[in-house]
Design a protein around this ligand. Structure first.
Ligand code: HEC
Ligand code: HEC
Ligand code: HEC
Ligand code: HEC
Length: 373
């Protein structure tokens, strides 16, 4: 059931065209250091009021349930003991809770408020919650159908100002593919050598396209009854397709994996950790090679040229290589941003066979509870 009119007004189209340029430029500057003082919490911010289907879906995911891992038993006890984390702090201020949950800080007191939440991925909402939801001065939410109609009344100037203010306030929107992917990777590739030495995985078998298109997917904005194959608002605003977005995700996912694994490799000294993060760079590089074979671009070819020569030194501990790894991570990040600026996926159909071979990823618990498998 699609409520929204397809007739987009000329000013609205102009606004989308303008915001396109803005977004591309702005997407590079985001500071991804997580600021707990900006976190409100999914309940407190009432995301559900305007995003009911997204919120219902999120409650079913491994992310929403991720605090269950922080019971002081089994492997969690083992890891906590190895890091000198007490039972009392495991579920409050521990470093574990940075990845397995969402912390919020108010008047200097840090509290663990939920599992991995909306704000873990979209940024602490304190400063962007209000502006991101207002299409005009004094706009108040009434109902979802009206909301999607009011969207078409927004002036280009207002939209532009709204994009800028939410960006400055730290919101990570679907437009910002590099930041979105970097955020996933920061949790999914562990940066604590002691934790890995204690037996914790160094990383998930993370692949951005399939891991975003499975249980995490919650693209209900334009139609609360249909989980679209790409963010519905993004497709509508930019007149783009899920195929285009998947191609972008495939390449960006591989490059951000290389970037993050190189950052980890730069700080690595432990002999259990080095081969694991080194291996992740190699996997990302393999993906880049696949992309270059099927749909070469100047940015991905240049990136492969930078990473290739590192293969020989990835697995051998060499303190002198640290600078090489961290400066290469920065270069890869710049190449990824340039790739995003120069491509929208429309010219990369060569990647489709690679993408078709990546089934959407669901956790075991999600499959059992919600897919009957
Ligand atoms: C009062 C209603 C309201 C509330 C509450 C609300 N949102 Fe939204 N949200 C909106 C509207 C309206 C849009 C569409 C904006 C547009 O058209 O660009 C939106 C869009 C978004 C988008 C997509 C942005 C884009 O550019 O595609 C994200 C992500 C989002 N909201 C996250 C959240 C989160 C997380 C919360 C809770 C912390 C939240 N929202 C609470 C109204 C709301
Ligand atoms: C950098 C982020 C990060 C940190 C820090 C972190 N974890 Fe994890 N943890 C993860 C991710 C991601 C997974 C899922 C891995 C996968 O894909 O299977 C996970 C999985 C687990 C699991 C299930 C798999 C297993 O090893 O039994 C446990 C238990 C766990 N973590 C406990 C902890 C504890 C306790 C701490 C703190 C001492 C901690 N984690 C710190 C990211 C992190
Ligand atoms: C704040 C840290 C954090 C962020 C950000 C994050 N994750 Fe996770 N994710 C985790 C942890 C921790 C687990 C494991 C929870 C457990 O098993 O108890 C997990 C589990 C998952 C799972 C289930 C995997 C399985 O097979 O069990 C998927 C899928 C997933 N994440 C995808 C993503 C994607 C895609 C992104 C980015 C859009 C992302 N995650 C961002 C911390 C994070
Ligand atoms: C694991 C990270 C993660 C979590 C947790 C998360 N989101 Fe998202 N969200 C994303 C990503 C990534 C996208 C873009 C997906 C894509 O590219 O396919 C997105 C897209 C959206 C959109 C755009 C939907 C559309 O149809 O255009 C909205 C709105 C949104 N999220 C709101 C929320 C709300 C509300 C919550 C919490 C109830 C939440 N998100 C939790 C990562 C996350």
């Amino acid at each position: 059931m699609r409520e929204t009119s397809k007739h987009t007004s000329t000013p609205a189209l102009l606004a989308f065209a303008l915001s396109c340029f803005f977004i591309i430029d702005s997407s590079s500057g985001q500071d991804l250091d997580f600021d707990t003082s900006k976190v409100l919490g999914t309940e407190q911010a009432n995301c559900k009021q305007c995003h009911p289907s997204e919120t219902t879906h999120w409650h079913k995911t491994t992310h929403a349930l991720s605090l269950n891992r922080l019971e002081y038993t089994g492997n969690s006890k083992k890891y906590a003991d190895a890091l000198g984390i007490s039972q009392a702090t495991l579920k409050t201020t521990s470093t574990c809770a940075d990845c397995h949950g969402t912390k919020s800080e108010s008047s200097g007191v840090v509290k663990l408020i939920s599992g991995v939440s909306c704000e873990s991925c979209h940024g602490g909402a304190k400063d962007w919650l209000k502006p991101h939801a207002e299409y005009f001065e004094g706009h108040k939410f009434s109902d979802l159908k009206t909301l999607r109609e009011e969207r078409l009344q927004e002036t280009p100037e207002h939209r532009l100002a709204r994009m800028k203010s939410t960006h400055d306030a730290g919101m990570i929107r679907p437009d910002m593919l590099h930041d979105l992917a970097k955020n996933c990777m920061n949790c999914h590739i562990v940066d604590d050598e002691k934790l890995v030495a204690a037996g914790h995985k160094a990383a998930s078998a993370f692949e951005l396209t399939s891991w975003l298109n499975g249980e995490v997917k919650h693209n209900f904005f334009m139609d609360p009854d249909k989980n679209a194959d790409a963010p519905s608002l993004w497709m509508e605003a930019h007149q783009k397709t899920a195929e285009q977005r998947n191609r972008m995700k495939f390449v960006v996912g591989g490059m951000v994996q290389i970037e993050t694994a190189l950052e980890r490799r730069a700080i690595a000294s432990n002999s259990a950790y080095i081969p694991q993060v080194g291996g992740l760079v190699a996997v990302g590089n393999g993906k880049l090679a696949q992309a270059n074979a099927m749909a070469p671009t100047p940015q991905t070819q240049s990136a492969a040229g930078i990473v290739g020569p590192l293969m020989g030194i990835l697995f051998v501990p060499q303190p002198t290589d640290k600078e090489t790894f961290s400066s290469t991570a920065k270069k890869i990040s710049e190449h990824t941003k340039a790739f995003i600026k120069e491509n929208d996926g429309s010219q990369l159909p060569g990647l489709d066979p690679l993408i078709k071979a990546l089934p959407p990823h669901y956790s075991q618990q999600f499959k059992e509870k919600h897919l009957g498998k």
